[in-house]
Design a protein around this ligand. Structure first.
Ligand SMILES: *Cc1c(COP(=O)(O)O)cnc(C)c1O
Length: 373
């Protein structure tokens, strides 16, 4: 295929400018809080990022040492939050169709005596991976039967409507939002939690303003990101990104630090509110489309050859990224499907238009796993 030098040029320039120049005040953060409290019907706490928001939700509802069921195909941010709250994750395997635990995998997990060694399982985090809804009715029944508190993680699925018409984030005891890079609400960083039941424990609300250096870095990220993607076509994008990471002008999403004392930047609160207001609940809320391919490296080589910049997959390991995976001590045998999917998955980047992606889809199709295998 001929190399296409114009891919992604129509990318969102408005977003770059909005990030750089949006003026905001404390008042914008208050507005966002009010909006979230209304939309998700609870009490809102704004946070530095999604993982801090999740950690606060867990601290509010669970005791140190409790176990909590986590989707066996997830981001290190979730693991970090579970650990920060002093809980132990119990990973549930997924299915290939929607990358979520299903009622079957949950029942199997529950039936395994090893699952119940030590402290009790008290909760379950619903993730709706990549915007694919779980079977909410069945999972609610399961949670009810076993007395589990449901926490909804909306990082991938803000605005998703479940099959029964309820909006994701209105079912569990808490709705956790991330405003991080490439999430369904994306202001580069930031997060929030809406606590819905009266909670067991007082938690300390973050009250320190965002770091100035973090704000500056986050304002520039969409600009730097777009430069890097463009320069990829002449093989310089990777070099520029390495340099920007080295001098800390850019931070990898996975490295965004959990911090329970800081608020998001005001400009992020303002942008998040704009995006949320435009987010109408629908059943079709794919965050990133995915396919499972047989020889991922070959696909990536061919995509690169054609001028596409495919940065990272959700997810390259059952708990991603690779750099953090070792720390998790993930038991691959207990989650064989998640382990296999992590080796085969490829996501379509969200910064290309549908038209731009046609060429990539043709390449990927040649390697796509047969559904009946
Ligand atoms: C990214 C992510 C979060 C939160 O991420 P932050 O980077 O801390 O905002 C939470 N859950 C999932 C599933 C995620 O992918």
């Amino acid at each position: 295929m001929r190399k296409n030098y114009f891919l992604g040029l129509a990318a969102n320039q408005k977003n770059v400018w909005r990030h750089l120049f949006t003026k905001a005040t404390e008042e914008d953060a208050v507005e966002l809080s009010k909006y979230l409290s209304r939309r998700y019907d609870g009490e809102t706490i704004l946070c530095k990022n999604g993982r801090s928001a999740l950690a606060l939700a867990l601290k509010a509802y669970f005791n140190k040492g409790d176990k909590i069921i986590v989707n066996g195909f997830t981001c290190c941010a979730v693991y970090e939050a579970v650990k920060a709250a002093g809980l132990t994750p119990v990973f549930a395997d997924i299915n290939k169709k929607d990358l979520n635990f299903s009622i079957n995998t949950l029942e199997q997990l529950w039936a395994n005596p090893a699952t119940h060694d030590g402290s009790p399982i008290c909760g379950i985090i619903i993730q709706n991976t990549l915007g694919n809804p779980v079977d909410i009715k069945a999972i609610e029944r399961f949670a009810g039967k076993h007395g589990l508190i449901i926490i909804e993680d909306l990082a991938h699925c803000a605005g998703l409507e479940y099959a029964d018409g309820r909006e994701a984030g209105t079912v569990g005891a808490a709705a956790v939002l991330s405003f991080g890079k490439d999430k369904s609400i994306d202001t580069t960083s930031g997060g929030a939690v809406v606590l819905r039941h009266h909670y067991m424990r007082e938690i300390k609300t973050p009250d320190e303003p965002a770091h100035k250096s973090d704000c500056l870095r986050e304002r520039f990220y969409p600009l730097f990101g777009s430069w890097c993607r463009r320069l990829t076509r002449i093989h310089l994008g990777g070099i520029l990104m390495k340099f920007l990471l080295k001098v800390h002008f850019v931070e990898r999403s996975a490295d965004n630090k959990l911090d329970l004392s800081r608020k998001p930047a005001n400009f992020e609160a303002k942008l998040a509110l704009e995006q949320l207001k435009n987010l109408k609940p629908t059943e079709d809320k794919h965050l990133r489309e995915f396919c499972l391919v047989k020889n991922r490296q070959a696909v990536l080589d061919e995509l690169k050859e054609a001028g596409y910049y495919f940065d990272g997959f959700w997810y390259e390991k059952p708990v991603s990224p690779l750099r953090y995976y070792k720390k998790v001590h993930f038991d691959e045998e207990s989650c064989p499907v998640a382990t296999e999917v992590a080796e085969k998955i490829i996501n379509l980047p969200i910064y290309y238009s549908k038209n731009d992606l046609k060429g990539a889809q043709e390449i990927i199709k040649k390697y796509t796993e047969d559904e009946n295998e």
